[in-house]
Design a protein around this ligand. Structure first.
Ligand SMILES: NC(=O)C1=CN([C@@H]2O[C@H](COP(=O)(O)OP(=O)(O)OC[C@H]3O[C@@H](n4cnc5c(N)ncnc54)[C@H](OP(=O)(O)O)[C@@H]3O)[C@@H](O)[C@H]2O)C=CC1
Ligand SMILES: O=C(CO)[C@H](O)[C@H](O)COP(=O)(O)O
Length: 469
């Protein structure tokens, strides 16, 4: 058969599952992969009712798709994306649409949009989240760029997206590389919340000898509360999984050296670039980096043994405090990420609507959580809200949980167990709610050693002082 509705390049975790998801919804889909086995196995994975075809030949692939063509790339970010574009380009025609569904760096997307536009081929970036299961049964998708191209493909994307209250978790987000940028920040938030969960696990296990079963029960009960979220849900599931060989809990047998593909680092790097402070995301990236120095950490653990202790506190009180503190930390992290999106939208002229962003993050994606509905309401009430911390409804909750947050951070300090994201989540909050900061002194120091000048609070103008007597 010819005239397939859609084509997907890269039949790995995301591509294969998204293709089968499209087929489930009645679309005929062709797949291209360099690996003949992946291309061949596709047809056996879909049942008889679905029209799918896999190939390793770029020309055959392009010719299978009806014109104007719609093709999505789901290959690793960076050079593979450019290689795939190069391999398809000789067969593509004016009006065809190429969608990059991977975690591409937003600046790469800007470049590719221009390169393909020169040949009248529409290119746009659309971040996709939900991992393997999300891709198969309903992801959250974050398209940006050429709105007319998105409109052409909207029926397919709305059909395959996760649904919340019947609404699809996909909508056009904004100009240029908005789709990849929003997905990048989604991942930055993902890094920080994962680290927040890991710190909770670490302090309670290492500092207070909680068993995995106790932690599993705690996270499972959190998932029935205002903390309900996908990352808490999978943490509870992870903590009860036994290793098939040893019978021990699998999580305890996994190396504590973290890997990363780059989106968290890019979020931090660009946040610095546009002066959007996201300290919890920065520290989440740093903690993965520190985890890599296992040998040095082992050596230092002997040099700096610390037996400090915190005051006696029952496990029940600890869990109650951590629950409130976690809520506080999670809100601070989202506030940082959303503020970065607000600043980036101005900087890059994306025209983002943050109510829409929070709406499509309520389902399908890795950072889906009950609190997203509160964020959506906050942006609906005030589309120009500069920071979630200024929303009155959220502020009343943060005020209730503030005390628990402070007590939990103190526990980490007393015990000598790193609580980087808890700490920065609180510091961000404290800095944001400080009418005065000691930056007057920093300005004076800069002027002292470098004649960098300063402004005054009591009169207009730029000043310099000869500081040395
Ligand atoms: N896994 C996840 O949970 C998520 C991933 N993403 C992003 O989606 C993209 C794809 O990720 P994922 O599916 O996990 O990656 P995988 O590595 O599982 O799959 C990528 C596929 O692309 C194929 N490929 C690479 N180069 C080419 C080429 N030139 N032509 C045709 N096929 C090619 C690979 O083939 P081969 O193996 O033979 O090299 C592989 O089958 C990435 O950008 C990733 O960051 C986004 C959200 C979630
Ligand atoms: O995009 C994703 C989830 O949203 C991918 O799973 C991504 O690979 C996660 O990032 P990292 O590999 O750096 O932990």
């Amino acid at each position: 058969m010819k005239d397939f509705d859609f084509g997907i390049v890269g039949l790995g975790v995301m591509g294969r599952n998204l293709l089968l998801n499209m087929a489930d919804h009645g679309f005929s889909v062709a797949g291209l992969d360099l690996d003949a086995e992946k291309a061949a196995s596709l047809e056996s994975e879909a049942d008889d009712k679905h029209t799918v075809k896999g190939t390793t030949n770029a020309k055959e692939f392009v010719q299978l798709i009806k014109k104007p063509r719609a093709i999505m790339l789901l290959v690793p970010a960076g050079k593979p994306v450019d290689a795939v574009i190069k391999s398809l380009l000789p067969y593509l025609e004016e009006g065809d649409i190429v969608v990059d569904g991977g975690n591409s760096y937003f600046e790469d997307t800007n470049r590719r949009v221009d390169e393909l536009a020169a040949q009248n081929i529409h290119y746009f970036g659309m971040g996709i989240s939900g991992g393997e299961k999300g891709a198969r049964f309903g992801p959250s998708m974050m398209p940006g760029g050429d709105e007319n191209s998105y409109e052409r493909l909207r029926p397919i994307f709305e059909a395959i997206a996760a649904k919340v209250n019947g609404e699809p978790c996909v909508t056009y987000l904004g100009r240029g590389s908005a789709g990849n940028y929003v997905k990048m920040v989604h991942n930055g938030i993902e890094y920080a919340i994962m680290q927040l969960i890991a710190e909770t696990y670490d302090v309670l296990k290492r500092g207070f000898e909680f068993e995995d079963d106790e932690l599993q029960n705690m996270f499972a009960s959190w998932n029935e509360s205002e903390l309900q979220s996908y990352l808490i849900e999978i943490t509870a599931a992870i903590l009860k999984k036994d290793d098939e060989i040893t019978g021990k809990r699998l999580v305890g047998l996994i190396s504590d050296t973290a890997k990363a593909k780059g989106t968290g680092k890019w979020t931090s790097q660009n946040a610095m670039e546009i002066q959007a402070p996201v300290p919890s995301i920065d520290l989440a990236v740093n903690m993965r980096d520190i985890s890599k120095y296992k040998e040095e950490r082992t050596q230092a653990s002997k040099t700096y043994a610390w037996h400090g202790d915190s005051e006696n506190i029952s496990k029940e009180s600890l869990m109650a405090n951590f629950k409130d503190a976690f809520y506080f930390g999670m809100l601070s992290i989202y506030a940082q990420g959303m503020a970065q999106l607000t600043i980036a939208s101005k900087e890059f002229d994306y025209g983002l609507n943050l109510e829409e962003v929070t709406k499509i993050w309520r389902g399908g994606c890795i950072i889906r959580a009950a609190v997203l509905e509160d964020f959506r309401k906050a942006y609906k009430a005030n589309p120009k809200l500069p920071n979630l911390l200024l929303d009155e409804n959220l502020a009343s909750k943060l005020n209730v949980h503030q005390k628990a947050m402070r007590s939990v951070v103190k526990i980490g300090i007393d015990k000598g167990i790193p609580m980087a994201v808890y700490g920065t989540a609180l510091t961000y909050f404290d800095a944001y709610r400080s009418e005065t900061l000691p930056t007057n002194l920093i300005q004076a120091q800069r002027d002292y050693f470098g004649a960098h000048k300063y402004e005054r609070i009591d009169k207009e103008g730029i000043f310099h002082t000869e500081w040395e007597e």
